[in-house]
Design a protein around this ligand. Structure first.
Ligand code: B12
Ligand code: SF4
Ligand code: SF4
Length: 266
């Protein structure tokens, strides 16, 4: 089997089996997988675009070639739970946020081991699972890498919209695979960006963080912190800089701009 297809199936099968585990309440849709060129010019622009400390793939493994990026879509049923709770996120939404992050850790470890058995090197950036609590920036941007891997384009809701929508989460693995990389998409998936219509995400935002002029991450974070006060029981899957401790007490979620919008699932 062609290597890209084999890796895509490995990710799909893992997620399919994982959701059968007892204790896991979340369900996920079929993941979308892209293969970014680790030497794409846009990768080198990340230091300028995001932060001086943004990690380069060569700091994760030696001689990287391909970064695998994958998007795990949530289900419509889950999105509906978050649509009906007006001010706060739904408990199901908070729980799936934590369960998805926890799954990423295990799935990535599994992939790294399988790729090593096949004679390849693979690793994840430690920065991917943490972020600076003051600047609200991570030094490993999952969605920028996923954009370079051709997974999708940015919407005005500030999410990376894939052909399976934006309601879900991304993860990435740096490798030295010898496959042809995918290219960033040229077509815009956001209806406002492509046709000047829609804007439903802006209307849904409870805090004014999302406007047609831009996104205010500090305002958004206040909403996420309020939800974290409610949802302390589902664990916290984001780590601090040491990689050992979670860096907040509760699930920092909201997601009203990704549910019940035209780009949620397509
Ligand atoms: C810090 C963080 C937050 C902070 C700050 C948010 C922010 N947007 O910066 C807080 C806690 C507020 C937050 C909130 C949320 N988050 Co958050 N968050 C992160 C984290 C850890 C880092 C993001 C980061 O570094 N931002 C800094 C800026 C500079 O970089 P950027 O956001 O990647 O990209 C910016 C620019 O590139 C630019 N841009 C816009 N259009 C275009 C077009 C082009 C062509 C280019 C080049 C750039 C560009 O806009 C972007 C925002 O400023 C990532 C995981 C990760 N490690 O990447 C998740 C992540 C971005 N979050 C995610 C989600 C889902 C959420 C929430 C919905 C919460 C929830 N789960 O309920 C909200 C949504 C807020 C929103 N509308 O953006 C997902 C997004 C999935 C997707 N479909 O895109 C991510 C990728 C986590 C994951 N593993 O999937 N988050
Ligand atoms: S809801 Fe509409 S305007 Fe907002 S990101 Fe999605 S397509 Fe774009
Ligand atoms: S996550 Fe909530 S507060 Fe933040 S931009 Fe989306 S709708 Fe607004």
């Amino acid at each position: 089997m062609e290597l890209k297809k084999k890796i895509t199936s490995m990710i799909q099968n893992y997620i399919c089996e994982y959701q059968k585990n007892s204790g896991i309440t979340s369900k996920w849709g079929e993941p979308l997988v892209g293969f970014a060129d680790a030497k794409h010019p846009d990768v080198f622009k990340l230091k300028e675009l995001i932060s001086e400390q943004h990690v380069m793939p060569s700091e994760v493994i030696q001689e990287p070639t391909i970064i695998i990026a994958y998007f795990v879509p949530f289900t419509k049923e889950l999105a509906d739970t978050n649509k009906v709770t007006k001010d706060s996120a739904s408990p199901e939404w908070a729980r799936t946020y934590e369960e998805t992050n926890a799954m990423f850790g295990k799935l990535n470890q599994h992939l790294i081991e399988e790729l090593k058995k096949m004679g390849y090197e693979a690793g994840i950036s430690k920065e991917a699972t943490t972020f600076d609590r003051k600047s609200l920036i991570s030094h490993w941007s999952q969605r920028h890498i996923a954009r370079i891997a051709g997974c999708g384009t940015f919407g005005i809701n500030n999410m990376l919209i894939s052909k399976k929508g934006c309601c879900g989460r991304y993860s990435t693995i740096v490798t030295n695979l010898d496959v042809v990389p995918d290219k960033p998409m040229e077509e815009e998936y956001c209806l406002y960006k492509s046709k000047g219509i829609c804007g439903v995400c802006v209307k849904h935002c409870p805090s004014g963080a999302l406007t047609f002029e831009g996104y205010d991450r500090k305002k958004c974070f206040q909403v996420c912190l309020k939800n974290a006060e409610i949802y302390k029981g589902f664990g916290n899957s984001y780590l601090d800089e040491t990689g050992k401790n979670t860096n907040s007490a509760g699930s920092e979620v909201c997601g009203k701009c990704v549910v019940n919008v035209p780009c949620s699932f397509k």
